[in-house]
Write a protein that binds this ligand. Structure first.
Ligand code: GDP
Length: 427
């Protein structure tokens, strides 16, 4: 059984928390796109841990974690993340972590380019996480990247490759941006140091997953960010640089001939969005501050305050359609307990016309939210563990979402810890 856990909104929906919960029922957890711009927050018996690159199944002893070819991997960051987990008692071995030999490497010059470009843009900057992800994906597509397999090269061969690429990259960095020229030896030294940790994990992940899928293993694919950040279908150009959709999971994992059996769309009970770009239903002032505080909406990777807003039906319906979600995990409903009446964005208004579909490009920039209010949840949800524990307001809120998105809510998350949830189908 192949299951994808993917975001319906702008990211930060709580996918890491859902994967951590579901991982124990799976043999393998795979990340298939993105890089260390991700920040999946997991709260379990080891405390609160943010994972940037590693799949969210690393805390389950019996689970194999795979990093797919669709990712861009900063090797120094990954080596540090593995060492950080070891300090907390989670020791990963090649039996528990497989890193695809075909993933592109995110290098220090990608990070530098990301920073230089944001600085050049000044007030018009995108709000990049400045971790080099966009430049690394761009170079991957024009075939000017190192890949994970290169970490197994002999040191001289690696140095040779790095020097050749650095010469090309400096046409942009030193030439175009007038930055200090790259020191290829320093880059190679960093790669060789990381390679000492990573080399044992690097393997043909696609072949491994093909065999596992054919053997009937339960595989969980974990996406980074949400549908609205997909490079093609999202709020371009305020998207990420990779495909965040469930349909990409088999390709990014290296098993393109397999098709997911189930897609769990993770959707938050309200909206949040990091960085620049259109965010139609954004709440401002005290109302926004209150929701941001209640939901602790600060970036897991960067600490940046997130923009917040009410649940957005046109955007979420678009997200459910793009993900092909077969069921939903509704997260952070507990956060809305303080509201007596809950605002919901039911449509957009563009040039005086009501729009129910999610528009592309310039049209989105001019959209205004149509807000309606529904009853409050009717109490604190954090201790609810069964459907019958939920107050009537909460049940009505869930029903509204199911109706608006035309998809059943299977999981309801009412807190950050692993067992703070209700499986509504099991009841
Ligand atoms: P991801 O990138 O989609 O995994 O999401 P993030 O980790 O960036 O953000 C989700 C945040 O919300 C994390 O801090 C989680 O611990 C927290 N969280 C997840 N589900 C719930 C929930 O149901 N209620 C509350 N209060 N917090 C939650």
């Amino acid at each position: 059984m192949l299951t994808v856990v993917a975001g319906v909104n702008w990211g930060d929906e709580g996918k890491g928390r859902m994967v951590d919960l579901l991982a124990s029922r799976h043999d393998i957890v795979v990340r298939y796109q993105g890089g260390n711009n991700a920040g999946h927050t997991i709260v379990n018996d080891r405390g609160k841990i943010v994972l940037n690159l590693l799949p969210s199944g690393v805390f389950h002893e019996g689970v194999v974690n795979v990093m797919g070819q669709g990712m861009v991997i900063d090797p120094t960051h990954l080596a540090r993340e593995i060492a950080g987990l070891a300090e907390r008692g989670v020791v990963l071995t090649p039996k528990r972590l497989v890193v695809s030999d075909r993933a592109a490497l995110c290098l220090p010059w990608h990070v530098r380019q990301d920073i230089l470009e944001e600085e050049r843009l000044g007030d018009a900057r995108f709000g990049s996480t400045r971790r080099g992800i966009g430049p690394a994906y761009a170079d991957r597509h024009i075939k000017k990247c190192l890949r994970t397999a290169d970490l197994r090269l002999a040191p001289d061969a690696l140095r040779h490759k790095v020097a050749a690429l650095a010469e090309w990259k400096d046409l942009t960095l030193a030439g175009g941006y007038q930055d200090t020229p790259i020191d290829p030896d320093a880059v190679s030294d960093g790669l060789l140091a990381a390679a000492r940790t990573l080399a044992p994990f690097i393997a043909d992940a696609g072949a491994y997953l093909d065999r596992a899928a054919d053997a009937g293993k339960n595989v969980l694919f974990e996406a980074q960010l949400g549908a609205l950040r997909d490079v093609d279908c999202g709020i371009y150009p305020y998207t990420t640089s990779s495909c965040t959709l469930a349909a990409y999971a088999p390709i990014g994992a290296g098993v393109p001939a397999h098709r997911p059996d189930k897609v769990i769309g993770v959707v938050k009970a309200y909206s949040s969005c990091v960085g620049a770009g259109p965010f139609t239903a954004e709440m401002f002032g005290a109302e926004g501050d209150r929701l941001r505080e209640a939901g602790a909406e600060y970036g897991a990777a960067t600490g940046r305050p997130r923009r917040v807003g009410p649940f957005d039906i046109p955007a979420s319906r678009h997200g459910v359609r793009l993900q092909g979600a077969t069921e939903l995990a509704l997260t952070k409903l507990d956060v809305l307990s303080y509201m007596e009446r809950i605002p919901v964005c039911v449509a957009y208004e563009i040039d005086g016309r009501r729009i129910h579909d999610f528009p592309a490009g310039e049209a989105l920039e001019g959209a205004r939210p149509v807000i309606e209010y529904v009853d409050g949840l009717g109490g604190d949800l954090s201790a609810c563990r069964h459907r019958a524990d939920l107050p009537a307001g909460a049940r009505a809120y869930i029903r509204n979402i199911e109706k608006a998105l035309n998809c059943p809510v299977r999981y309801l998350s009412v807190g950050p810890a692993r067992h703070d949830y209700i499986d509504l189908r099991r009841e």
